[in-house]
Design a protein around this ligand. Structure first.
Ligand SMILES: CC(=O)N[C@H]1[C@@H](OP(=O)(O)OP(=O)(O)OC[C@H]2O[C@@H](n3ccc(=O)[nH]c3=O)[C@H](O)[C@@H]2O)O[C@H](CO)[C@@H](O)[C@@H]1O
Ligand SMILES: C=C(OP(=O)(O)O)C(=O)O
Length: 433
């Protein structure tokens, strides 16, 4: 078993570069299924577990997909099947976004029901409702959802009861090859939606309005290969911004796009953190006491739910009472119990956590319950007295490339060890010395 060991106390200094966004590259790889002609090259791809999984998923469909360094090369001219394997879909919920492209391209798809995860049941009813509006028919049974298209998908006006990111992506992708115009109302507005629309248009699609709550897609007959660079990961960037603030350090987050992070920047400033937005990144500096702050997660452009656990770690060190309200997922407070093991004073009232911040955090053995919870425990460990050990690292590896190396480079006393192989941690030896 591997664990991350953190000795708290170091003030982070230096610069860290963020890479391509997990939540942008996954739909881009799924969308590649739509290209019946030519090669697709996607650049600045993060070598994350989820990226490896979705690449394997395309390979299992008979598509040529090769992940090397920070790029993926895909040729989807041939597909041998339209059924996704259970063992891959089980590992990654985002697999459901191959549904729309398969229905549009091959009029059939059979996908294992993605199931929920730590943060909620995560149903796909909005995906299916939207795809049905385009003419797909679904049957659910034996743990699978099977869709087929009797004729050709036809454009429709679709209203999403909730601005679901995944449902918006699945419907948008399917609509690119439908006959006529599709309008998605109450669409998700995330930067990852805009990135997907730009990618689809580079393949010859006609998508307009991405980034607003109304997206119009005029269907075309085929899509072709292209070369495309993914947008930087705003959640990875935000995680390192909080790392700088929680250690009272000074860090330049290279590649971060500040207008993708407006609510986080506003909240950090409200706490007294200095944030400088530059052309090539964001400079974060914190010193002295931080002020408590109330945060509510919302669909974009609101405060991102994927930054909720990391922000809660920062609220824990701000003297006074802070509130964190999670409105997007129904069960995204699993990290609270782990924070309590570190001395965090937190009470949960429905969808709101009441954080009594400012008491010293103490290092403890804690476990990641989802990928952002794992990151937040590492952040708390950076500010805690003593040693924190974080396990269940497969969660962290889904969303962060070399988080230990990047934090070490900023001066953190942190290591990743494999206890099964009896690896020793110099962090612990150093701290006990
Ligand atoms: C791979 C990826 O991009 N993941 C992101 C994506 O997840 P994902 O696309 O799964 O998130 P959604 O925006 O769809 O989910 C938001 C809420 O809508 C609900 N819902 C969703 C679909 C549906 O058919 N029915 C339904 O009820 C979900 O249960 C959840 O409560 O957006 C989330 C919200 O920004 C982020 O936290 C995830 O990091
Ligand atoms: C919830 C997240 O991702 P996923 O939807 O892949 O679980 C996340 O990136 O925080």
């Amino acid at each position: 078993m591997e664990k991350i060991i953190v000795q708290g106390g170091a003030r982070l200094r230096g610069r860290v570069k963020v890479h391509g966004a997990k939540n942008a590259v996954l739909p881009l790889i799924a969308a590649s299924i739509l290209a019946s002609r030519g090669n697709i090259t996607i650049l600045d791809v993060p070598l994350l577990e989820d990226v490896k999984t979705i690449t394997q998923l395309l390979q299992s469909l008979g598509i040529f997909a090769e992940l090397s360094e920070n790029q993926v090369l895909i040729n989807a001219e041939k597909l041998s099947t339209t059924e996704a394997p259970y063992e891959l879909v089980r590992k990654m919920r985002a697999s459901v976004t191959v549904m729309g492209p398969l229905l549009a391209r091959k009029k059939h798809a059979r996908i294992p029901l993605p199931g929920g995860c730590a943060i909620g049941s995560r149903p796909i009813d909005l995906h299916l409702k939207g795809l049905e509006a385009l003419g797909a028919k679904f049957e659910i049974g034996h743990g699978y959802v099977e869709g087929h298209v009797p004729d050709r998908l036809k454009g429709a006006r679709i209203y999403l009861d909730f601005p679901s990111v995944g449902a918006t992506q699945n419907i948008m992708m399917a609509a690119t090859l439908a006959k006529g115009r599709t309008v998605i109302e109450n669409a998700a507005c995330e930067p990852e939606i805009v990135d997907l629309a730009n990618f689809l248009n580079a393949m010859g699609a006609k998508v307009r309005g991405a980034g607003t709550d109304e997206i119009r897609i005029d269907g075309v007959d085929f899509l072709r290969g292209t070369e495309y660079t993914v947008i930087p990961d705003r959640i990875e960037a935000g995680t390192y911004m909080v790392a700088a603030a929680i250690t009272r350090g000074e860090v330049f987050v290279e590649g971060a796009i500040s207008n993708h992070l407006t609510p986080l920047i506003a909240k950090l400033r409200e706490m007294g953190v200095h944030v400088l937005e530059g052309e090539n990144g964001i400079h974060v500096r914190a010193e002295g006491e931080l002020k408590p702050v109330d945060v509510k997660t919302l669909p974009y452009p609101g405060f991102p739910t994927d930054m909720q656990p990391q922000m809660m770690a920062l609220q824990l060190i701000a003297k006074g009472t802070s509130l964190m309200t999670e409105t997007v997922f129904e069960n995204r407070f699993m990290h609270v119990e782990e924070f309590k093991r570190m001395g965090g004073q937190i009470k949960i009232d429905g969808r709101t956590a009441i954080i009594e911040g400012g008491r010293p955090l103490t290092g403890a053995q804690v476990k990641a319950t989802d990928l952002r919870a794992g990151a937040s425990l590492i952040l708390a460990g950076l500010a805690a007295e003593g040693i924190t050990e974080v396990t269940e690292l497969h969660h962290v590896d889904r969303g962060y490339v070399d988080i230990v190396g990047k934090l070490q480079a900023l001066g953190a006393s942190i290591e990743r060890v494999n206890v099964d192989e009896g690896e020793e941690s110099s962090v612990q030896q150093h701290s006990y010395a």
